[in-house]
Design a protein around this ligand. Sequence first.
Ligand code: DLL
Length: 447
Amino acid sequence: MSEILTQGKPFNEEIWSAAECLSRDEIQALQLTRLRETVARVKDVPLYKDFFQREKISPESIRTLDDIRRLPFTTKAQLRENYPLNYLTVPREKLVRVHGSSGTHGKPTFVGYTREDIYRWADLCARFLYAGMCRAEHLVQVSFGYGLFTGGFGLHYGIERIGASILPAASGNTPRQIMLLQDLKADGLIATPSYALNIAEVVCEMGIKPSELPLKYAHFGAEAWTEEMRVKIEDQLGIKAYNNYGLSEILGPGVSGECRFQNGMHIQEDEFFVECLNPETLEPVAPGESGELVITNLNKEAMSLLRYRTRDIAVMDDSPCPCGRTTRRMGRVMGRSDDMLVIRGVNVFPTQVEEAILKVEGVTPHFLMEVTRPKTQDELTVYVEIQPDFFSDKMSEMENLRSKILHEIHVITGLRVNLVIKEPKSLERFTGKAKRVIDKRDLHKIN
Ligand code: DLL
């Protein structure tokens, strides 16, 4: 493997800028070399072997990066067919770790890592954490679950790689999380945005002011969230909140992350080739249009996926970033195409509902969407919680609030929905990824 193994060297600007400040020509040359190596590495994997033989794909046949379009796509269903790990590119005994993605379909999808993969993963997480202000002198509380989920361990080793201290709190027991944050004076927090919201709510209930919390920043990922949610959490915890993205099949966290300018997530292009495609035609979308992210591993030893269809919908951004990194950026993931609801022909993502309700004063970010089909038409019911001081006995006040919420949802989604206003603290709180949709239609979900 062509590798700049930086393990053992202190993590500093020299290390990250060597990978993140290359010229476009340099990045593309590196990607092409690594794409050819990847093709060589996966040629005997059952997922690709027949296709390669039939289409005469070899490392030499990949002449330019555009030739990636000759390579096959990979889907989650194919990984399931090759359960548990029939897509490794190294003998099983070379693995030092196995993680798994939380499958909604029963069994997880497993992912293997060699020792080099683990080192490189730590570097990748360290890079985006550093871009988002994490430094060696900090203490960072990791409130992600540690386990098959890649979030806890992925971020853990990234923080350690920077030389900062970790408080591996894991998720749950929110009052204790707050005690740890306060007593140990954590500078940074790692969590899902919905868990951070949960923490912020308990902070408020405990009568602690944002200024009394030592926290300076947080890195949130693993689920979709909106700019409105960022503003809310930053305000409530008195921090800067940075977004980071990844998925287990490809690595885990570390595919991309925001720098201090918070204007999109820098893609770690030396390790991943990211395409943004129209999910129907599988052709590249026009610049500025949203599409499905399709990711190819360029440098993973234990397993490398070609053109993995993430189902995540986002927009690519090629504009320069004032931080000096030259890597392409991706906007927020609006949601997964399989989370997208189609209600009476209109596409709706939970993030659109989040964006809409947070525009209305007095509404909390806790909501739930329920889809039913009472007769022949789909109905969407949105449950929202409102803040205690906005809950009123006066019909007219409640009606006024209702019509504002319905209006915002209509403006953003184009849909007329049923709205149920819930009392404060009546909807479920989450410690990991939030579940915002209950689909009660009797349909089989296609993946
Ligand atoms: O969630 C990896 C991760 C952990 C990323 C911690 C960031 C931080 P999975 O459990 O396999 O892996 O879920 C991957 O989560 O396809 C997206 O749909 C979603 N996702 C991850 N990060 C973001 C994000 C981890 N920043 C799936 N914004 C992905 C929106 C995200 N969605």
